[in-house]
Write a protein that binds this ligand. Structure first.
Ligand code: PRT
Ligand code: ZN
Length: 304
């Protein structure tokens, strides 16, 4: 099965995600949690949506903004770093914006950092004048340098950026960092963050004007439900009426609780959807403030 031509189909939605790599699995898991089921083609590049008219395209992450721009796919899951780089490139070339971030998805977190040799005494951006910066993100680095009013040389490297200073190709680097272990292993230290990144749902600047709009809205609604529930738990407990205000104060991350009166007693039964972690420590505090019969229940789905 091969994907239908881009212009021919406008009643199905096509989402591009990373085929492998860091974002592939979590992207699929998110779509599955939204109720999407797929049948894979033999070449494993195109997956037909069986539960909804939403198909998948499995590609390299760097290709996703271009596929969106060309209308080959309608939505994409990609690192903000990749989307921002290609947007900065279009801006620098005077081209109009074609894709924007629709939602931050809470996985694939990293930073785009400037990192200098550990021996440098870092005193601020002015120190970069006349230096060579190795990076795979030239448009973002140039835009940042321009904002700072600094003239420095940008050296484009597509991989192994972190060894460039040791090889004499550059004085410092600008690269993605998550744990910082790669920088440390190369005797570099992060000194400035240009971008905080995570996986995002990218889509067109304008809403869809055809049938795809309804599928995009449905997907967004479900995605919001899944993202909201990530750390959410339903908390059930009982308490005397007079203890309730203090208990609610202990639940600042909860939605307004549902309160039920228990027959013939002054005890109330409460249920509250908490959006933060419900730890043993929090349960002990609630118990101390008068809650009894505490129960923490996982929540499978919500729909606003
Ligand atoms: O094959 P394809 O082109 O699709 O994949 P890729 O190899 O280009 O991308 P991949 O899978 O490595 O990364 C996909 C996305 O994951 C990135 O665009 C980021 O949005 C996100 N991400 C999150 C990261 C990292 N964390 C990360 N640590 N991408 C890359 N790194 C690299 C970084 O470049 C450096 O080499 O990991 C190294 C640093 O890691 P630490 O933990 O040592 O700091
Ligand atoms: Zn890539």
């Amino acid at each position: 099965m091969s994907p239908p031509a881009a212009a021919a189909v406008r009643d199905r939605l096509r989402i591009a995600i990373q085929k492998s790599g860091r974002l592939g699995e979590p992207s699929r898991a998110l779509l599955t949690a939204c109720g999407l089921e797929f049948r894979e083609s033999r070449d494993r590049l195109f997956c037909y949506g069986e539960s909804l008219p939403i198909d998948l395209l499995l590609v390299r992450d760097d290709d996703i903004p271009g596929l969106l721009a060309d209308g080959v796919c309608d939505l994409g899951i990609v690192g903000r770093n990749v989307l921002a780089e290609q947007s900065a490139e279009r801006r620098a070339a005077g081209k109009p914006e074609v894709a924007r971030e629709w939602r931050a998805l809470g996985f694939g977190a990293c930073r785009l950092d400037l990192a200098v040799p550990e021996s440098w005494d870092w005193q601020g951006a002015a120190q970069l004048a006349g230096k060579r910066i190795a990076t795979s993100y030239p448009a973002l680095v140039r835009a940042w340098l321009a904002e700072q009013g600094i003239a420095a040389e940008v050296v484009l490297l597509s991989g192994s950026v972190e060894i460039a200073p040791r090889l004499g190709q550059a004085d410092l680097i600008c690269d993605l960092v998550s744990s910082g272990a790669t920088l440390a292993a190369n005797q570099l230290k992060p000194v400035q963050t240009l971008l905080q990144s995570e996986a995002v749902l990218a889509g067109p600047v304008r809403e869809f004007a055809d049938a795809r709009g309804q599928w995009a809205s449905l997907l967004l609604r479900r995605m919001d439900g899944v993202l909201r529930l990530k750390d959410s738990r339903l908390l059930l407990f009982q308490a005397a009426r007079e203890a309730v205000p203090a208990l609610i104060e202990l639940l600042p991350d909860a939605e307004p609780p549902t309160v039920m009166r228990l027959d013939g007693e002054d005890m109330l039964a409460l249920q509250a959807l908490c959006h933060g972690a419900v730890t043993w420590q929090r349960l002990e505090e609630l118990r101390h403030a008068g809650a009894r019969g505490l129960m923490v229940v996982p929540v499978e789905r919500t729909l606003a």
